[in-house]
Design a protein around this ligand. Structure first.
Ligand code: MN
Length: 211
């Protein structure tokens, strides 16, 4: 991830705002990147401005240590560092046109842990639908295996030592303009624009970096 340290800037999307049409609409991408993500960037910079010791930490490190920070700043760091990381990870994981299905190491791991891709899709969709209110569903690598987890708000699996491979933002702002309240339809559309090259690379990095 570029710009991994304070001061954080809102790096551009790796594609045009309308690139994910018709699965995710241009207006949603404008609002999501230029306003929602921008707000997390601004808020994170504002917190770190007052806590100079934290300015030296990478975005991942901030998330990892946030749970050990004094209560007073814990929520601000956790929510805003998470908000920056999660949105970048989500946006960077999308492409259009997409390959349609995983390949390589990830395809193999999906077969190992979820039998086949269709079953994985159904398990992942179930998890993404189960998030009550706002949050994310993730495919993660941890303890030498692949699994699906969900996080509320802007929490991130790296807090628990898990390494993200794939994620979907299921906050209503991610889909409400196009899909209204139909999260299931949005999830189906999201499956069409997963960047499987990126997910494969994420898994390879997760395996390489495990301790
Ligand atoms: Mn979002």
């Amino acid at each position: 991830m570029e710009n991994n340290y304070y001061p954080f800037v809102n790096t551009p999307l790796p594609y045009e705002y309308d690139a994910l049409e018709p699965f995710i609409d241009e207006k949603t991408m404008h609002l999501h990147h230029d306003r929602h993500l921008q707000t997390y960037i601004d808020n994170l910079n504002a917190v770190l401005k007052k806590h100079t010791k934290l300015q030296k930490l990478s975005l991942e490190r901030l998330i990892k240590i946030s749970v050990r920070l004094p209560k007073k700043i814990q929520t601000a760091v956790r929510n805003n560092a998470g908000g920056v990381y999660n949105h970048r990870f989500f946006f960077e994981g999308l492409t259009n046109p997409a390959k349609g299905e995983p390949f390589g190491k990830l395809a193999k791991a999906i077969r190992k842990y979820f039998t086949d891709y269709e079953n994985f899709k159904s398990e992942f969709k179930k998890a993404a639908l189960s998030v009550f209110g706002s949050g994310y569903a993730w495919l993660v690598f941890g303890n030498n295996q692949l699994k699906i987890v969900t996080t509320p708000n802007q929490n991130n699996p790296i807090e628990q030592g898990l390494c993200p491979v794939l994620c979907i933002d299921v906050w209503e702002h991610a889909y409400y303009l196009k899909h209204y309240n139909l999260r299931a339809d949005y999830i189906d559309d999201w499956f069409c624009i997963i960047d499987w090259d990126k997910a494969e690379q994420n898994l390879i990095n997760c395996i390489k970096n495990k301790k």
